[in-house]
Design a protein around this ligand. Structure first.
Ligand code: 5GP
Length: 194
């Protein structure tokens, strides 16, 4: 997605250990116009997948998935990362190791929001080692629902996330595929540049 690539090049900064900082438009301040375009693009790519729910993880997954769910005219659910007194019973949980925080946290989704016959689109802001996506897959499977696909805003192709997910048979659609962050330079996979 050209607009996303341009925004990443203009506003993204490279941190040590293969981390891309995008706090000016995605992870802290949010470019709402860009989020709408991202949402439309996800909806278009998965339009024929019979999706009836979108699921993401708080907080950074919410903005890019909101307009996808809206365009597909389906509910958006976000898995909670923080423990809550209002979300203790009748929940699905899964452990997720965070690449950026280097710690494991538990994600929680109330059972009432996922049903056996659901076809769920998973959306997240980044794909690195695939841990967040696998946590969401786990939750969807606990409900007996099926994963219709995985939509990612920024994939880092130098990390194994896509391979792990594709090996398990999941369709992965990334809107920007970052091939390298070496020497502070952001480069995209060739196929995306045209
Ligand atoms: P994974 O679970 O695939 O290893 O990593 C994806 C999760 O880690 C995303 O939800 C995102 O919050 C975070 N993440 C991974 N890599 C990056 C990165 O380079 N930059 C930012 N801002 N977040 C990242």
């Amino acid at each position: 997605m050209k607009l996303l690539q341009q925004t990443i090049l203009e506003k993204g900064t490279v941190l040590p250990n293969g981390v891309l900082k995008v706090n000016t438009f995605l992870n802290h301040q949010i470019d709402t116009g860009l989020m709408i375009e991202i949402g439309k693009e996800f909806a278009e790519r998965f339009t024929d997948s019979n999706i009836n729910k979108v699921i993401t993880i708080e907080s950074s997954g919410i903005a890019p998935s909101f307009f996808a769910a809206h365009t597909l005219d389906v509910p958006l659910i976000f898995a909670r990362k923080k423990k809550s007194l209002t979300l203790k019973d009748n929940v699905y949980t899964s452990q997720v190791f965070s690449f950026t925080k280097q710690e494991t946290s538990e994600i929680t989704v109330a059972k009432e929001f996922l049903a056996e016959n659901d076809r769920v689109l998973i959306i997240d802001d980044f794909l690195a080692n695939g841990q967040a996506a696998q946590g969401l897959i786990d939750v969807v499977k606990q409900a007996g629902a099926s994963v219709a696909g995985i939509g990612i805003v920024i994939e880092k192709t130098f990390q194994p996330g896509r391979q792990i997910l594709e090996d398990k048979g999941y369709r992965v659609e990334s809107l920007a595929r970052v091939q390298s962050l070496q020497d502070g330079q952001i480069t995209f996979l060739q196929e995306q540049i045209s």
